[in-house]
Unconditional design. Structure first.
Length: 240
């Protein structure tokens, strides 16, 4: 079984890089020319995700789209269980986004260069880097573009959520932009945290009603974080 998974993984990775190279100019050039062309970049990112996932046999089922208004920004939070969350996010979210990502990913050849145009990198060990990333994400939200944050701070190998960090909820309180819980179910089973092997299958994504911040002080951050944690945890437990 491991041999079959290894062959499949090599096939999937080969296609990943082939299509990354093919789509690279279409993804990178629009944002290089103008920050207002991000929607073009995300169209081609979605095309890349559609083609790659189809050819390797990974399907996506999206639930709760009625909760998303395409012309409004949100702070999407999700349970990060797998590298397969990378293609899942553009497949599920219907509008332009910027993602908060670990600085280590920026060092991956070509991938890091391309994603740097749509990601805000953060060194989680550096308080200065975390503060800078919050400032940059605030500017993104103020421009009307949504952001995506994994509030656990890293991939989770367990069924239960790890404690949330404050960043996403501080952003929400400071900007008034709602939190949009996004439960990703099945990605960790297709490619787990502790393995580089993957297999085909189905990933389900569930959205709930957005959570609007109601208090604009430090206590409001803790309240919003607790409410968001409980909502996302309930979504995961309901649909797993």
């Amino acid at each position: 079984m491991k041999i079959i998974k290894a062959i499949y993984t090599l096939y999937a990775l080969l296609l990943f890089w082939i299509f990354m190279i093919i789509f690279a100019p279409f993804i990178f050039i629009p944002l290089l020319l103008s920050n207002n062309w991000g929607h073009i970049t995300f169209f081609f990112i979605r095309c890349w995700a559609i083609v790659w996932s189809f050819l390797i046999g990974i399907k996506f089922r999206i639930h709760g789209m009625e909760h998303i208004e395409a012309d409004k920004p949100y702070i999407y939070i999700f349970n990060h269980t797998s590298y397969l969350d990378a293609p899942t996010i553009p497949m599920a979210i219907p509008h332009e986004i910027r993602a908060l990502g670990k600085k280590e990913l920026s060092k991956i050849p070509l991938f890091g260069f391309m994603i740097s145009k749509i990601a805000v990198w953060v060194d989680r060990q550096s308080p200065e880097s975390r503060k800078e990333s919050i400032v940059r994400l605030r500017k993104v939200l103020n421009s009307g573009v949504s952001v995506v944050v994994a509030p656990e701070g890293t991939r989770n190998s367990n069924d239960s959520l790890m404690p949330f960090q404050n960043g996403a909820f501080r952003l929400s309180v400071e900007t008034g932009v709602p939190i949009m819980p996004m439960a990703v179910i099945g990605a960790g089973k297709l490619m787990g945290k502790d393995s580089l092997l993957m297999r085909p299958g189905t990933i389900d994504v569930y959205f709930s009603k957005p959570i609007v911040p109601t208090v604009t002080h430090e206590e409001g951050i803790a309240q919003l974080k607790a409410k968001s944690y409980n909502r996302l945890e309930a979504m995961i437990l309901t649909h797993e």
